[in-house]
Design a protein around this ligand. Structure first.
Ligand SMILES: Nc1ncnc2c1ncn2[C@@H]1O[C@H](COP(=O)(O)OP(=O)(O)OP(=O)(O)O)[C@@H](O)[C@H]1O
Ligand SMILES: [Mg+2]
Length: 494
């Protein structure tokens, strides 16, 4: 977890204050202790000295019982712990109070000092003051409070003062830093957040430190630059979108013009197919107009005329249907899924009346109940028609063309594969590499544009399929289209 700026400032200030105030407090407390102890020492020494002199003077004037009385009276006065009277050889003459401590302290006077400080056997701090004359000496032990106890109250007050001072400094510094740094930074980041959520301008908080003003200004400049870049990027995206749209329209026009070229070709090939029935019709009409026919014969002629007219009608209807622009034609993904079997039938119907087809055998083998594919029926017909017309051109009279459609893929069939093969000379080797590129043709000017296979590939790939020339075939040509099945829920449009 990352600590916020406020917590970090608080921790750092706390550490600094501890480092600054603890040694100071320790030094002052120690000095106070020592000073107070010294004061207590000189005070006790003065009292002790007075008592010792008094006993020294009174010692020779009093009997030993009176001396004991004096000693016990003296030990009752404030601060006196014990008094001991000794002869010139250091032998005890009389003692009163905590004698053990006075003896212990007397022995320390052997060095000749007049004062001694120490801890007696009763663990009291005591000061021994000694007064002597030629008959002996008097030692007074004064009770001393332990060093720390003397200054305890003062030190406590000082500790409290230091703690309050440190806390006040901490709070003051914390609020100052928060106001100067944390809050302006927070406002700046909130402003940046607003920009991230769509605001058009970075509102820099005013009234902060100079450095923060500089930071805010550069942030604003940066934001404005980013925004202008974003605007120009959006502009470019718009341009690209428009270009894509124009491209799609051009592609749609290309597909359509390729279709119309096929229509033109088909129409030319139909002249003969329509010409024959029309000649038959004229002949029958002449016979009818000549008169002298029985009712039976008239009826038979009219029925034959009817059949011929229907034939012409069917051929022209198929051609018109193919030529008609289909809705959503350019975007094959939008178009309704098509049924392969119907498309194969439509293609045969369009091709069979062709003049050149009389000497060519067209075989279709379509597996029953094929799933619908992502290409519409019109698109399927356009693709198949180009392949079959190419095959017709290639194999010529006596040729054989086969259209075969079946499922492909594993158990759960992925789609439909359609093969169009012929027994012609095969694709010329020099164009195999670029076969599906536009304007690749071996046909003379006016006979072919070289757009057919390019348009086929465009349509098939837009539906997620592939179209390839089977390279394993050595005699003739075999084109294979593999189309994924249409999304579930879509039904073939017959
Ligand atoms: N079945 C085939 N057998 C031999 N060559 C073929 C076959 N199909 C296509 N080709 C070759 O591929 C070339 C390109 O075919 P594509 O359909 O793209 O254009 P095109 O038929 O020449 O002209 P368009 O189709 O635009 O009228 C053809 O010119 C032909 O040389
Ligand atoms: Mg072609």
């Amino acid at each position: 977890m990352k600590l916020g700026l406020r917590v970090r400032i608080l921790l750092l200030l706390g550490l600094l204050l501890v480092l600054a105030f603890v040694p100071l407090f320790w030094a002052v407390a120690t000095y106070t202790n020592i000073a107070l102890f010294e004061l207590g020492l000189s005070h006790a020494a003065a009292l002790g000295r007075t008592a010792a002199r008094h006993v020294l003077v009174e010692r020779s004037r009093r009997s030993s019982s009176e001396l004991l009385g004096l000693l016990s009276a003296e030990t009752k006065t404030q601060g006196v712990l014990a008094i001991g009277v000794y002869d010139a050889q250091g032998r005890v003459l009389a003692r009163s109070g905590e004698v053990a401590s006075v003896d212990a302290l007397e022995r320390r006077h052997s060095s000749g000092a007049k004062l001694a400080v120490g801890q007696g056997p009763t663990r009291h701090w005591a000061l021994a003051v000694r007064a002597d004359d030629d008959q002996g000496s008097v030692v007074v032990a004064m009770r001393m409070a332990p060093r720390s106890a003397r200054a305890a109250a003062l030190v406590r007050i000082m500790g409290l003062y230091t703690a309050v001072m440190a806390a006040a400094l901490l709070l003051a510094a914390y609020f100052a830093l928060t106001r100067l740094i944390v809050r302006p930074l927070g406002e700046l980041s909130a402003a940046a957040e607003r920009v991230a959520h769509g605001a058009r301008r970075l509102e820099v908080p005013s009234g902060g430190a100079a450095e923060l003003d500089v930071l805010g200004t550069s942030l604003r400049t940066m934001t404005e630059k980013l925004m202008s870049e974003e605007a120009s990027l959006r502009h470019k995206i718009d341009e690209v979108e428009r270009a894509t749209e124009r491209l799609a329209q051009a592609q749609a026009r290309l597909i359509r013009s390729e279709r119309l070229a096929s229509v033109g070709r088909l129409a030319a090939g139909l002249a003969h197919e329509i010409g024959n029935p029309i000649s038959a019709l004229i002949g029958l009409e002449d016979l009818l107009l000549g008169g002298g026919l029985s009712d039976e014969e008239q009826r038979d002629f009219l029925q034959r005329m009817r059949r011929e007219t229907e034939r012409i009608h069917r051929i022209l209807r198929d051609l018109l249907q193919f030529a008609r622009p289909a809705a959503g034609y350019a975007h094959s993904t939008d178009s309704e899924p098509g049924d392969v079997a119907t498309a194969v039938d439509d293609t045969s119907a369009l091709v069979l009346p062709q003049k050149g087809m009389h000497d060519i055998e067209l075989v279709t083998e379509v597996e029953p109940n094929l799933p619908a594919v992502g290409l519409s029926r019109e698109q399927l017909v356009q693709v198949l028609l180009n392949l079959v017309l190419n095959a017709t051109d290639a194999c010529g009279p006596g040729g054989r063309i086969r259209i075969a459609a079946q499922r492909f893929g594993p158990a759960e069939a992925r789609g439909v594969s359609i093969a169009v093969e012929d027994n012609g000379p095969g694709v010329a080797p020099q164009i195999r590499e670029r076969l599906f590129e536009p304007f690749v043709t071996t046909k003379e000017v006016g006979k072919g544009t070289g757009l057919g296979l390019a348009v086929c590939r465009g349509l098939v790939e837009a539906a997620g399929g592939t179209i390839t020339l089977d390279s394993r075939v050595t005699s003739g040509a075999r084109f294979v289209i593999e189309l994924p099945r249409a999304e579930s829920g879509a039904h073939p449009t017959p």
